[in-house]
Design a protein around this ligand. Sequence first.
Ligand SMILES: Cc1ncc(COP(=O)(O)O)c(C=O)c1O
Length: 444
Amino acid sequence: MKKPFTLLDDFGKEDGEPPHLRRNKIVSLLKEKFDFENSHLHSPTGKDKGILSKCFGYFAPEQAKELGIYPYFKEIQEIDGCHVVIDGKEAISVSTNNYLGLAQEPRVIAAARDALEKFGIGCTGSRFLNGTFNLHKILERELSSFLDREDAIVMSTGFQANQGTISCLLGRRDIAFSDRENHASIYEGCSVAQGKTVRYHHNDMDHLEYYLKKHSDVEGKIIITDSVFSMSGDIANLPAIVKLAKDHGASVMVDEAHGLGVLGEHGKGVGSYYSLEDEIDVYMGTFSKSLGSIGGFISAKSEIVEFIRHKASAFIFTAALPPASVAGVIAGLEIMINEPERINQLRENTAYIKRGFFDMGFQVNNNSIPIVPIQIGEEALTLYLNRLLFDDGIFAGVAVSPVVPPLNAMIRTSYTSVHNQNDLDKVLGSFKRLGLKLGILPKE
Ligand SMILES: Cc1ncc(COP(=O)(O)O)c(C=O)c1O
């Protein structure tokens, strides 16, 4: 039989002690068990020699596992929409990007199965040489038509779409202006590229303008932003970005990973949300969130897409997206367009959960993005709460340093159109009970 989880055997009853004192006591007790700030999943900084020595001195994950607070790589044994089985235990997942419930949609599965039977499990080659199937071209046409853009290019992951595109567009004399909260794949693209990158403070248009002015002598400029920031759930200030881009002769690239299927008409993304579709020069999207699968794409004017098609090494030198995934995305896209009730339900669920968290006393972003980070602060408390949530049947994700600044650790929750009222109430109920127990929430 499994040992019960007893990291803190007892930290006393809630007996009138003020919440902040209770919280501090729990954090101290946790820190006695584990050096969170200095050990947790960070590489050792010891002076060991040899390139591999860092691996052999890296004990933090193992220690966190022993304490029962390790939050990563949980093995999902069963999944249906937002319901999962992990370690034989049923849980509601609020750690999902399956915003429209398409990952397990029967019509999507049927389309994928047909393609699997017709074409096999993979393309065994790059799109460039021998891995382009007619399905890829169909999907590219559907995406261009959905977004009303000239062309599109389907890549094997969203990460590669960003990395490959930025690294080939950003030439030696060019400069990218990138939001500091942009996704890691944008960072990677910029660092692989020959051109220079400056990072403006998150969503800070004054800072962006400052940099644009500072580099006014550079001809080739591109502003790159996530449309929806994956940790905070913030929406990019596209109107201001577009204005600055026009004023300073810059192009605009938007990563719609979390905007597609969520924002705008039929989920077309932030451009549609602000009625600025035509102002986005390079539209990047993924199939791994609202479309429930894997893969990424770029959509733009045909000359731009044609250039990327022949220049992006992350596209050329990797195997093509498998037929079943492509067919599943084609089916999913059709459902997304023809069943707007999914997006409506997602928005209703988002509004409901945000209202619930807000009423409890948590700070939430007042927008329609289904990413709802719950700010906790200390890493120790966040990992502990995450474990208690899991014991309570809630599977959530955590974001700790260096993904977020130290002392800004959070439980990152996200929602879908297939969470039902009971699921949402259960999530809110667990956060409330545990928030009070740990002194995170003020007493009622
Ligand atoms: C904003 C953003 N861009 C790009 C990606 C990469 O996409 P994919 O996971 O489809 O490779 C992600 C995924 O986490 C993301 O959140």
